[in-house]
Write a protein that binds this ligand. Sequence first.
Ligand code: ADP
Ligand code: MG
Length: 709
Amino acid sequence: MNETKLKSYKEIINSPLTVLKGIGRKRAELFEKTGVSSIGDLTDHFPRAYQNRGNVRLLSEAESGVACSFSLTVATVPRTARLKNRMEITKFRAFDDSGRVEICFFNSRFTEKVFDVGQTWRFWGRVSQGRSGLTMTAPVYERADIPGTFLPDLVPVYPSTAGLTQGVIADAVRSAFELIGDRAPEEIIPPELMLRTGVPDRMTAYRFVHFPQTVREAQEGRRYFALREIFEFVLAIRATRSSRNRGTPPAIGKISVGPYLEKLGFTLTDAQKRSVNEILNDMTASGRPMMRLLSGDVGSGKTAVAGAAAYICAAGGYQCALMAPTEILAAQHYGKLSPIFEKLGLKTALLTGGLKEPEKKRVRDGIASGQIDIVIGTHALISRNTFFARPGLTVIDEQHRFGVIQRACVAENTGSDVTPHVLVMSATPIPRTMGLVMFGELSHSVLDELPPGRQEIKTYCVDSGYAARLDGFIRKQAEEGGRTYVICPAIEREIEPEDLLTVDDPYEEKTEMHYAVEEFERLKSSLDGISVGLVHGRMKASDKDRVMERFASGEIQVLVSTTVVEVGVDVPEATLMIIENAERFGLATLHQLRGRVGRGKKESFCILVSDSKSANAVKRLGVMKDCSDGFRIAEFDLQQRGPGDYLPERGYARQHGQSAAPLLADVEMLREAEKTVSGILESDPDLSEHPVLREEVGEIVRENEKYLQ
Ligand code: ADP
Ligand code: MG
């Protein structure tokens, strides 16, 4: 143990978890599943919520279904009984000044030995009204009547996995910080930026996040990590940009997009024309590799613009990779664009996970030999093991993930001296002001105009009392040949593990949750004669695709889904979008979802169902009802909750729902970070005088790479 005293902060955080007391190989493997393999990972394993155990109530004040604490005295000896289904139930009674409650545990005979009559415990859980009075099932319990014991008010709830209890995680986190002691890492954020934004220092931030005394402290701690993420994001994108500027662009000569536009089948809107011209200029005349962001409202026609860019590239003798976030979208783009390209004599291929291995290899060989001009596929597939003979352009569709954007910008797996052009298409409209702050010099084309003939989607807000009338509305749509999406925020009621049952997320509202699986069953039985389908994120990609195809072809008329349909899919016959628990979605997501209907000629509707009474939710849903302009909605969203949707994500952390930034980051913070970074890069463009920052930028790139594997 003495040896560890000599270790530096860096050595400690790079050590495996097994150096901690109580963590053997088995537990380390469980931690691994949650993305934690070193001490450093553990310190950055942030709680996803906090249980507010400090809120001690009297039993008489218990609200049904809401978790809170009770200080109770054990009144009877715990007794265990065997139930018919071979389960065991251990029960006893406890009381406070206002009443009494029956407490039960299942298959936990050991609790007989835990509780003695007369002891006082703090119980945390939900009380419900049973036939013979109040009951509480499997509460969290802490002895409250031993002098000197400290019961924290806020208890972190960590992202976890089966077999790994909250207690084990909390103990591990505690011993990790004991091991670190008063060592501190070198600070990356420049001190003046920390001062201006008023965040605590890093070690204090860790303490606040993991062991907060108040909700305010937990929030302050997160602000530090949000600032750090923002600072690194701005730094990395600026540094990438300046190094790309020094690269050699593909040598594309004078190209006319005329032949492509002729085959398109419609006339471009003015906004599309402007964007195509900006891209054409970047790709043929600027002398620098393009790094352009194309943002536009849902349905503004980004695909046609991307197609033009791909055409310019291929006609100029280079290869283009067009990447979509999902297989469905990749296939849809391929279906739309490849007939046009083939007519123009350009060889186009689709590369998705659904292809058989030999087929994939054939496509990859075609790309490596230069036979294929344009390849369309998913991000992961194209960026992995795919070598281009003449890379010229990477197009990234429906993206607001920084990791993916950056990976494309770095693009070193090309085996070529040329730095390819990059075009990123955002999934959501990014207001110009925001684009400027975030991406700085990244050129930004905006499609602020919809193709002609689009009609307004009628949007209504209702509460769940309208369920029966909505069913009737779905039926009416189906009878008239229309199709309906029903979106639910979650897949399925889990057999909740102990920790989930006890989560009291201070940031979450408590409205009754709608689950896709249950909604699907309910609609199937209430809408007889109408065929109902289900898709969600836990299904295999090929199964999802099959259901989507059946919905697109009309074989399925009602599609119950989670937000997997959020981006891109194009089913013109869809006329009704119903969103359950609408208050749980961000405005950008709601707007995207609404954009799934109104794509054909028929009148279309979006119904936002919510029982939330919170002023904030009512206001946000009101904005959806009154406004159909994605840019204005995005502006409003920004003011309301900070630029969450556009924020950087250290791919891995975000994937595990731990990113600190989206919660509390604000535009002001982004502006301050931007100012600081500009100052640094102005005097030291390649960061040679800032070795720590330089290493950090490299680190971010490597991390994103890992995430794309
Ligand atoms: P998004 O910007 O959301 O990706 P899409 O590229 O999918 O939008 O375009 C939506 C629909 O509008 C597609 O069916 C597309 O063919 C059509 N479209 C695009 N541009 C035009 C245009 N200038 N005139 C008519 N229809 C267009
Ligand atoms: Mg699109």
